[in-house]
Design a binder for this molecule. Sequence first.
Ligand SMILES: [Zn+2]
Length: 224
Amino acid sequence: MEKTKKHGNARFAAFIKKNLYLILMIVCVIAIATMVAVTYATRQHSTDAAVDAGLNLPSEEPTESLEPQANAEPSEQTSAAEPEEVIFSLPAEGEVVGVFSNDTLVYNATLNQWSTHEAYDVAAEVGTEVKAVYDGTVKSVTTSVLRGTEVVIEHKDGLTSVYSLLDSDVAVKVDQKVKKGDVIGKIAESGTFEKHKGPHLHFELLNASGDKIDPVQYFESTNK
Ligand SMILES: [Zn+2]
């Protein structure tokens, strides 16, 4: 036993002696690694402390200055005054007997001629109420042989609605303000220039340029 231990110690001493430089190197590496680790940990701590203290570190500046702008712009655009969509109510309840067509000729039996029909016709019993399709101001009330009594109402966005073939007993005056759905007149007995369609309202819509356009695009989808 004693001999074996001695022998073992001797071998250990010989091993140390032989590998002294290697062992020293390992100790040095461990020492350097520890120093690096400690230095890193200290630096990390001081960075955290600086952030806690509210200091702006260079690496954080770009994100801080860019983010609020990127967030603010889209929300400003969506909150900007959104134009109210113009949706018409129907000018009269009844059967649609004529639709808008500016590229197709339609035969007019009353006038015995082919022409475009840039209007929307609603046939209904004589005396059926005719209503303003949208808020506006009465621009004119006229009577002619061809178009019967006609009321013209100006709306926003340069839109103008025209209600033709009305009874001469109209419910509005020039410059009168009307609301969507207000009664402005009644369907007349005679359809004058469209007599072949029977009593009906001949409704036209003009845009800001004065061009006749299809009013159906402004009616609520359920009315189309
Ligand atoms: Zn018509």
